[in-house]
Design a protein around this ligand. Structure first.
Ligand SMILES: Nc1nc2c(ncn2[C@@H]2O[C@H](COP(=O)(O)OP(=O)(O)OP(=O)(O)O)[C@@H](O)[C@H]2O)c(=O)[nH]1
Ligand SMILES: [Mg+2]
Length: 233
């Protein structure tokens, strides 16, 4: 005799629930053991991710490929600027970058690979590993963070010592703030005048805010500069 319809429906519901629970447990198990099963920790995980990114094959010869390495102390505005360049919109809030952040842009016959590596202290030791693949270094400075200008300068000079030919674009960011240092002041504070005369150096005022989109501090000028610079190299 066939079971009553209500009992059949209840059985089907129970089977579906058990299957869904099983899937959830399996996913939870995978996530848990990805971090702990092989004895690796969080930093080991993202280091492998960075390594893969670094070893990634550039695309074929058809479209010229250029890598823009974006560095600078934490909170300087690297992610905000990348977002602005790629979407032409500003973001109200943005999370700190733990690891890296990358974006691709096809513009005027070039494929630009924009790679930000986070700026927190523990990340800075890894910056230099990304220099050799880069076609240009964009170094973002928080123009109001006077307390850390010396650190920014030391980090920048340490990077440049390793790559004497690499073109440099310094962005004096957060120019929308009333107490921002001017580009002339930052040129001095960052000791850009002491850098070798063979390197191409640019210093641009920027502001990654909505209000600045159509001003002289617009991040869109950075995009134009990068395209001009990288079309020649
Ligand atoms: N007023 C103002 N705030 C900005 C500007 N650019 C970024 N910010 C803010 O500064 C904070 C840090 O910006 P991020 O873009 O996360 O900085 P980051 O350099 O990527 O920092 P890490 O990823 O931690 O290395 C965020 O709250 C942004 O909204 C700017 O031009 N003007
Ligand atoms: Mg960031």
């Amino acid at each position: 005799m066939a079971p009553p319809r209500a009992l059949r429906d209840l059985t089907l519901t129970l089977v579906a629930a058990v299957a869904a629970l099983g899937s959830l447990l399996f996913i939870a198990w995978k996530i848990y053991f990805r971090g702990t099963g092989t004895g690796t920790d969080w930093s080991g995980w993202w280091e492998r991710e960075l390594q893969e990114l670094r070893e990634r094959e550039p695309p074929g010869d058809t479209v010229p490929w250029r890598q823009v390495l974006v560095l600078g102390l934490d909170g300087a505005g690297k992610s905000s600027i990348l977002h602005y360049i790629c979407s032409q919109t500003a973001r109200k809030s943005i999370a700190p970058t733990y690891g890296f952040n990358s974006a691709q842009l096809c513009v005027e016959g070039l494929e630009l690979d924009l790679l930000e590596v986070g700026g927190s202290q523990n990340m800075r030791a890894y910056w230099q590993h990304y220099l050799s693949q880069a076609h240009v270094l964009v170094f973002v400075v928080d123009s109001v963070d006077r307390a850390r200008l010396l650190t920014a300068r030391q980090e920048l000079h340490a990077l440049l010592d390793a790559e004497p030919q690499l073109p440099l674009v310094v962005l004096a960011n957060k120019q929308d703030k009333s107490n921002a240092l001017s580009t002339a002041e930052l040129w001095e504070e960052l000791a850009l005048h002491t850098l070798s005369g063979h390197r191409e150096i640019f210093l641009l005022p920027t502001s990654a805010t909505w209000a600045s989109l159509s001003t002289t501090n617009s991040v869109l000028h950075v995009k134009n500069l990068l395209v001009t610079l990288l079309s020649q190299s």
